[in-house]
Write a protein that binds this ligand. Sequence first.
Ligand SMILES: NC(=O)c1ccc[n+]([C@@H]2O[C@H](COP(=O)([O-])OP(=O)(O)OC[C@H]3O[C@@H](n4cnc5c(N)ncnc54)[C@H](O)[C@@H]3O)[C@@H](O)[C@H]2O)c1
Length: 253
Amino acid sequence: MTAPLITFEGKSVVVTGGARGIGRAIAKRFLACGARVIIADHDESGAETAIQLADMGNEVHFIRCDVSKLSEVQSLVAESIHRFGGSIDVLVNNAGIFPRADLLNTDEAFWDNVLGINLKGAYMLCQAVVPGMIERNSGVIINIGSNHATAGEPATMAYAVSKGGIVTLTRNLAKAFVKHGIRVNCVQPGWVASEGEVARWKANGMDEEQMTALAARLQTGEDIADAVLFMASGMSKQINGQVLIVDGGITLK
Ligand SMILES: NC(=O)c1ccc[n+]([C@@H]2O[C@H](COP(=O)([O-])OP(=O)(O)OC[C@H]3O[C@@H](n4cnc5c(N)ncnc54)[C@H](O)[C@@H]3O)[C@@H](O)[C@H]2O)c1
């Protein structure tokens, strides 16, 4: 029998925002492919997620972490390395929030919160894991972006800027660390009916059926997870500093 094309046997993966939604789907896919996984989330429900996913038979832990806080990010990385016995092979920067406000309704606290979680969090996580990856001359970082980075949607101003920053961070780090065997890529979902997204639209009076009608093609967390696993695997070893759009082609012009 030939070996499977995508396997993460013996690999250690940290997924931020893994308690639910897209992050949970990513964690589950890595576990299914043999990885050991840390679910990092500021929401304690990540503990329950880890218990559920442990049924799959591979090692999975929950570590509470607010990715916008440097000390918590540093503790997360130190504890992950300790639990994995030495290394983080794959980091998925997925934790994110997407509250809506245009420029005139965005105050300083709103801006700081969105940029602090979505962009500063990713930068701090990268800074904390890269030294270990340099030591081993290998590592993969996947940043979860959004088509809002380029869509020019006025109602998500701070969010869009944070995701534009994610693309820039991705390309910058990809170039900086390619000589150390580290790849950094961005997976950019279109519209995913995750828990967070469904709840937000419900609050605006729209159910999942109406979302589907509006979007024409909604993605699932699993669709995004498949792309993340490809970008983290050896199958994409020559792909670096790129944005992989996973939106069913809906943004094609
Ligand atoms: N749902 C979509 O349509 C969509 C589209 C494009 C991009 N994305 C991106 O995908 C990622 C996941 O989104 P989702 O739809 O699964 O959202 P979600 O709200 O369902 O899940 C987000 C997770 O991130 C965690 N989180 C939030 N703030 C955190 C913090 N400060 N520290 C640690 N964890 C934190 C939450 O607790 C939650 O578990 C986000 O980066 C989002 O911007 C989502």
